[in-house]
Design a protein around this ligand. Structure first.
Ligand SMILES: [Mn+2]
Length: 242
């Protein structure tokens, strides 16, 4: 069986709830479409766990990319007062996007462990194409690399583009595959109070707000949760709400 989920955002309780339901077997495969870290406090622990699983593939999300950017210069995580990053603008971006808890998670690790983790994160794919039951899919955190054209090359890197840009309901995508993406919570596409997987035209949005928890949005209380889709039969799984 092939399972897809995205945007865990350090929410171990939600991840464990989904893993218990899907009961992943050695012959199954789990695709995690980015943003394992930040917001919730267990991001690094979950990232290490997923990277060590032979039957899991992790894609790069914009939060992993912010972490990589922050660690691209010199750093001293074990400074008694504050972590020190030579790459201050990257750290500022990351800090404003929930990176503090992830830094806390990294502070228990040695420099060589951190470097080894960053090398693995640096090698994560931007997109993956798979075929399940003769149905082709492309998995990507933000938007497929095919949309990175000449105009974008002047503005940003392919990695920044594919992990940060958003798919809209009207974005022209592909006739030959269904794009499954995270990054944008599905409350931006449909008005379910319990966030659920969104099915658009040749596109499936799967970020159901595991990193959001309960939020007020346009006057409605929304319940974020972690969603997982089994591609073999379309069965949906959701983390149990606390
Ligand atoms: Mn994201």
């Amino acid at each position: 069986m092939i399972y897809v989920l995205s945007d865990i955002h350090g929410n171990k309780q939600a991840f464990d709830s989904v893993m218990k339901q899907i009961d992943l077997q050695p012959g199954d495969h789990l695709y995690v479409i980015g943003d394992v870290i930040d917001r919730g406090e267990h991001g690094i622990e979950l990232l290490k766990q997923l990277l060590s699983m032979e039957n899991a593939t992790v894609l790069l999300g914009n939060h992993e990319l912010m972490m990589l950017n922050t660690f691209s210069g010199e750093y001293d995580l074990h400074d008694p007062f504050f972590p020190i990053f030579a790459n201050r603008s990257a750290w500022k971006d990351w800090r404003h996007n929930g990176g503090w808890v992830t830094v806390n998670g990294l502070q228990g690790m040695s420099q060589s462990e951190i470097e080894s983790l960053m090398a693995k994160v640096n090698a994560l794919p931007l997109s993956v194409q798979i075929v399940v039951n003769e149905t082709p899919y492309e998995l990507v955190h933000g938007i497929p690399p095919d949309f990175y054209d000449e105009a974008w090359k002047w503005k940003t890197s392919k990695r920044e583009f594919c992990t940060w840009e958003r798919i809209e309901p009207e974005t022209p995508l592909f006739a030959d595959r269904t794009v499954i993406f995270g990054h944008t919570p599905t409350c931006f596409y449909q008005s379910n109070e319990d966030l659920s997987i969104w099915y658009g035209d040749n596109r499936i949005g799967i970020d159901c707000g595991s990193g959001l928890g309960q939020v007020h949005y346009h006057g409605t209380l929304l319940h974020g949760r972690l969603a997982c889709l089994r591609l073999d039969d379309g069965k949906e799984f959701y983390s149990e709400t606390e």
